[in-house]
Design a protein. Structure first.
Length: 364
């Protein structure tokens, strides 16, 4: 409800498009009772497996939690709705990075003693990290595998349960390259505000905060703002980029996989839009390598900004990527995009000049 300060033209955001070689990591409903299916979508008569945004958010957060030692935000249940507990444990974007980066919706309800009527406040924060679905590049043709718990059966028989039989089950399987995009809104990073009714019990529950009066038209509210120090914002966004560049932990249906990019494209943008997601396309050639098109189109998008003399950063695994817009990955170094071989190159060639160009423009 409160107005946000105007954004400086110098402020840039980051969009990252990645491709990795993996398996269907997002299970769906069971078919026929014992067939584990995967999430699928149809397009132009073909079927593609995909990994939904909630799963990618989970994989990214678990990676950040393990790599950075960040605390998991406590949760609670109100009226059978599971949500983060902002009042009970006195948490906000300053104390928990998860709330800052991934957003939240929190409803605090109060019941009146003499009636069934309820009133309360709703606090919502849009995520700093925008995440698309990860859709397979190769179409799904119905692969399925048969499994059974033979190891446990053998153990049970050794313990005297001679009649023990395996519990068979089937799983749909899909090995493919997957593509997804992550877009980071630096204007929202490290800033938040709560606006509540002046009679809200939240004012008592969160007496650790500094509340001020806020009027809008004929209505009056209580307002509280939050701001994370700029150096902490830098650490948070750099941790996200490091995880996306180096790979995510991904465990699904008992299998531990990794989402490690074989193609990584980072672009500074004036508006937080995944400009490369819809124009970058890949196909797998007869040698099993990727031929990627559309990077030049992404660079020509009007939202793409410059960082020094470069308009982005590109990484491609030599053993997996054959060509990018008909050129080898090394040939792109001659153009207005930085090319790297690992995380150290990303920091030197892209992150340091990027942060230098935006640090002074970040809103307080």
């Amino acid at each position: 409800m409160a107005q946000q300060p105007a954004t400086s033209n110098a402020l840039k955001h980051i969009t990252v498009t990645v491709i990795w070689d993996g398996h269907a990591l997002n299970r769906d409903e069971k078919i026929g009772g014992n067939i584990l299916s995967i999430k699928k979508v149809n397009r132009s008569g073909r079927t593609y497996s995909f990994i939904g945004k909630p799963a990618l958010r989970h994989y990214l957060w678990e990676t950040l939690r393990k790599a950075e030692g960040w605390k998991t935000t406590p949760a609670e249940v109100q009226k059978k709705v599971v949500q983060f507990s902002l009042h009970r444990y006195k948490v906000d974007i300053r104390t928990h990075e998860e709330l800052d980066l991934f957003g939240y919706m929190y409803t605090y309800k109060e019941s009146k003693k003499k009636s069934k009527e309820e009133k309360g406040d709703t606090l919502a924060r849009k995520a700093v990290i925008g995440i698309t679905k990860a859709v397979a590049i190769e179409d799904f043709v119905g692969d399925m595998a048969f499994y059974a718990n033979h190891d446990l059966v053998d153990r049970a028989r050794e313990q005297g349960f001679a009649d023990t039989q395996p519990n068979p089950y089937n799983k749909e399987e899909h090995a493919s390259f997957y593509q997804a995009s992550f877009t980071l809104d630096l204007e929202r990073l490290g800033r938040d505000q709560w606006i509540v009714d002046p009679k809200s019990k939240l004012l008592e529950q969160r007496d650790d905060l500094q509340w001020s009066d806020f009027d809008q038209g004929k209505s009056s509210y209580k307002h509280c703002s939050f701001s994370v120090p700029v150096q902490d914002r830098q650490k948070r966004i750099l941790a996200v980029l490091k995880a996306l560049h180096n790979g995510l932990i991904a465990q699904s249906s008992g299998e531990l996989n990794t989402i490690v990019p074989v193609f990584f494209l980072a672009l500074p943008v004036a508006v937080p839009v995944p400009v490369a997601h819809s124009v970058v396309a890949a196909r797998v050639n007869a040698q099993g390598k990727l031929e990627i098109e559309g990077v030049a189109d992404a660079l020509n998008n009007g939202w793409v900004a410059e960082v020094g003399e470069k308009r982005g950063y590109l990484y491609a695994a030599r053993g997996c990527v054959e060509s990018i817009d008909g050129k080898s990955p090394e040939q792109w170094e001659q153009d207005n995009i930085a090319v790297g071989r690992g995380w150290g190159d990303f920091e030197e060639k892209f992150w340091k000049p990027f942060w230098k160009s935006v640090e002074s423009a970040l809103p307080e």
